[in-house]
Design a protein around this ligand. Sequence first.
Ligand code: 9MR
Length: 386
Amino acid sequence: MTRQTHAGPGDRPSRRAVLAGGLAASLCAPFPAQAGSWAADSLHAAASAKGLAYGSAVNITPLRRDPAYGRALARECGLVVAENEMKMNYAWPEPGRQAFAGGDETLAFARANGQRLRGTTLIWHEALPDWARARINRREGEALMRRWIGLIAGRYRGRIESWDVVNEICGPEDGREGGLRNSPWLDALGPRYLDLAFESLREVDPGAAGLWNENDLELSADWINRRRAMVLKTLGGMIARGVPIRRFGLQGHIYSTHALDEARLRGFLREIAAMGLSIEITEFDVDDRAYPADVAVRDRKVADFARRFLDVVLDEPAVLNVTTWDITNPNTWLNANLQRRRKDGLPQRALPLDEAYRRTPLWRAMHKAFTDAPDHRAARVRLRGV
Ligand code: 9MR
């Protein structure tokens, strides 16, 4: 099985797009020529045997400092995404200064290891530098959006399999039109900002699949039901208007404070797939806040919860991959987040490798979920949204 197995024709950039690409020739061809560095017993090997992929977000700080971190990512992953470096506050910190070093290093790492690359995030209400926030207004907003997408998607044209075009746009509780969440982009441009963002990406990098990435859709609660309803309605409208969206991203940040309703999640994924979209699990991890301190007990509960979630998700033929939000426990964003971190002060055990890069019970649950998943290869051919 090679890394290209489930990439559809739409994921291959045209030769013209490659030649016109914004990166220096030293970074060469769009997809890595060598076979991947992942191990035969890795998460990605188990996933790719079923036509799926396993990936991780890459934190640039340990990637630069700790060779063991890079080795762990190379060993387990067929897909990577820069956790932060392709966001606007990193890549365009001042009007006259762009900073692509972190993004370029992530791309070079992926290429060196035969991995595919995702991109996050083009349009979000967070990760905006102050100077840009001040210019997201009626007069300058559309031009700024086009310029930013041209800049970042242009630089990585032909190298990104899918871009998170809009991120976390759902917010029925905000009471705005269409259930969209409060955002400077909504204030400046109205709901059409979604269409504009997807159209801009298509103009800049037509080979990259445009994806809507969203959180808080996985678990069981009335407010989550309202979010799922908003997503289905909004997707239906976008498709009817011909917006060039090809994938939906379920972030997959699951939290132990809530239950999982398998039937509802299954139905939700089915409805997205029925619209012709493919689905990625873009930021998977398990918030263990509600579980006891004892590591063995906690690890087992995390693994069980993950397995129940993954079994539903991997049953859906439209699902393409599972990407965790980093790969090793000490790097999880959950410890740095006031709402998410544990009350007892212990670090969260949210990810498939521990602090010494050893495989955890969560790793084993993920590996088994991939191994037991139905074969997704036949479904790829039928999907429009790949
Ligand atoms: O993990 C990311 C953290 O390091 C950044 O400070 C933060 C703001 O850019 O974004 C975090 O990643 C988020 C992702 O981009 C979108 N979904 C939620 C993630 C965790 O907050």
